[in-house]
Design a protein around this ligand. Structure first.
Ligand code: PLP
Length: 439
């Protein structure tokens, strides 16, 4: 009896939806017609009305191994039973050290020290703070300015996309931004990395001339802007950023919260594009999102700079690293490596891109972008009703059993890396059908 009551609590639509203020959601619209997910397995969600929904978004760019992986469930429940929590301050637990060692081995170059956090947002904040602290302890305390990029999204902490800036923008002074690289005029329907836009990295030289290098701590970019709608880096862009940062002693931070763990057909975007940042932030696919966790990887010279002073002094007043999240991380890494999921994403890339481009001639499609197992279909906004066209497509696809994600008028897709070809077809056939009907 108790068990069935428990089960009912999680499998039906609750009577009162009002108290929960939903994140990043049109609360009133949702509460008038709730879309409630109650279970998941493999590539599919189950809804409260027992429908199967194909997940074309890996949850929120995070369930890269597919849903409800037995290995992760077992590792998490074993860890909860063994050591559900241990303080991370002045104490340790084996899973975090072993996990850090595996991550360091997987990461490119000498990104070989790992700071654990609780989310991608926290990773971004921590990375920026480490950059500030690094300059501080390296006798460069005047380097306090942080440079982001327009349309960047680094979570719910510092800075972010337009809506966040509108509400909270001035809370974080001393920042500047590079221009974004999204251009329909030059790059629409380009397959792969855009030819145009590499020169936009040179804007960093302008910011250096404006503020002086001695005031700039770090540049943070997503190697591929995800939440802004899958904006691929133009050819040469990231290399140029690296060169300018090197010239002026500025730290380069890659936010790989979305691009890490196979999304672009390689372990990390840094590998795919052959550019090594000084600091890399991770989350999402890190644990397959079974338990929230983030990580900040830093290069050896950054870690070493902190390892000074008396042995008993705490070097950085910051951090976390939950044992249960580490157990999920280990199990997710096992799946990625044992099943070759990064390679799988690379193998499926051309099929994925062709399927995405099959929507090219649909009415109101103004751009398609794709790489690895990530893609975007950009729609022409309805005059006076921005976002309405894509949101309508989102609702209709959901009715037809496919979960897509929209950002503005862009449909963003990022299925679990276990997706099959027939499921890729289903994703694009469903979107195509919806667009045709709405035309
Ligand atoms: C690039 C990037 N950084 C950071 C975040 C924030 O991650 P989290 O939701 O784990 O805080 C996101 C979330 O989508 C992201 O896309």
């Amino acid at each position: 009896m108790l068990e069935s009551l428990e089960s009912a609590r999680y499998e039906t639509i609750p009577n009162d939806l009002e108290p929960l203020w939903m994140p990043f959601t049109a609360n009133r619209q949702f509460k008038s017609a709730p879309r409630m997910l109650v279970a998941a397995e493999g590539m599919h969600y189950t809804t409260a009305d027992s429908r199967q929904i194909l997940d074309a978004t890996s949850g929120l760019w995070c369930v890269n191994c597919g849903h409800a992986r037995k290995e992760i469930t077992e590792a998490v429940s074993a860890q909860v039973g063994r050591l559900e929590y241990g303080p991370g301050f002045q104490m340790g637990h084996p899973a975090s050290f072993e996990f850090a060692a595996r991550l360091a081995a997987l990461a490119p170059g000498d990104l070989d020290h790992v700071f654990l956090t609780n989310s991608g947002s926290e990773s971004a904040d921590t990375a920026l703070k480490i950059a500030l602290a690094y300059h501080n302890i390296s006798d460069n305390a005047s380097r306090t300015r942080l440079i982001g990029r327009e349309k960047g999204y680094h979570g719910v902490g510092f800075g972010g996309i337009a809506n966040n800036r509108k509400y909270f923008g001035s809370a974080f002074p001393g920042v500047d931004h590079l221009p974004h690289t999204h251009s329909l005029e030059h790059n629409a329907f380009n397959k792969g990395q855009p030819e145009w836009g590499g020169h936009l990295a040179d804007d960093l030289e302008r910011l250096v001339a404006l503020h002086d290098a001695s005031t700039i701590a770090a540049v943070i970019v997503e190697p591929m802007a995800g939440s802004a709608g899958v904006i691929l880096p133009p050819k040469g862009y990231l290399k140029r950023l690296r060169e300018i940062c090197d010239t002026h002693g500025i730290l380069l931070i890659f936010d790989e919260v979305i691009t890490g763990f196979g999304r672009l057909g390689d372990s990390f975007a840094a590998e795919r594009f052959g550019v090594l940042p000084d600091i890399m932030t991770l989350a999402k696919g890190l644990t397959n999102a079974a338990v929230p966790m983030g990580a900040v990887l830093v290069r050896k010279h950054i870690y070493d700079a902190f390892m000074n002073g008396p042995d008993n002094a705490i070097e950085l007043f910051h951090g976390s690293g939950h044992p249960v999240a580490c157990a999920a991380g280990h199990a997710a890494l096992d799946i990625y490596l044992n099943e070759g999921l990064f390679e799988r994403a690379a193998e499926l890339e051309s099929y994925w891109i062709d399927a995405a481009f099959s929507l090219k001639d649909h009415a109101h499609v103004i751009d398609i972008r794709a790489m690895g197992l990530v893609g975007a279909v950009e729609l022409e906004p309805i005059e006076g009703k921005p976002t309405a066209r894509a949101f309508d497509a989102f609702l209709k696809c959901y009715e037809r059993g496919v979960l897509i994600r929209t950002t503005g008028d862009i449909i963003a897709l990022s299925p679990p890396l276990i997706v099959e070809k027939n499921q890729i077809d289903q994703i694009f056939d469903t979107i195509g059908g919806v667009l045709k009907e709405a035309a």
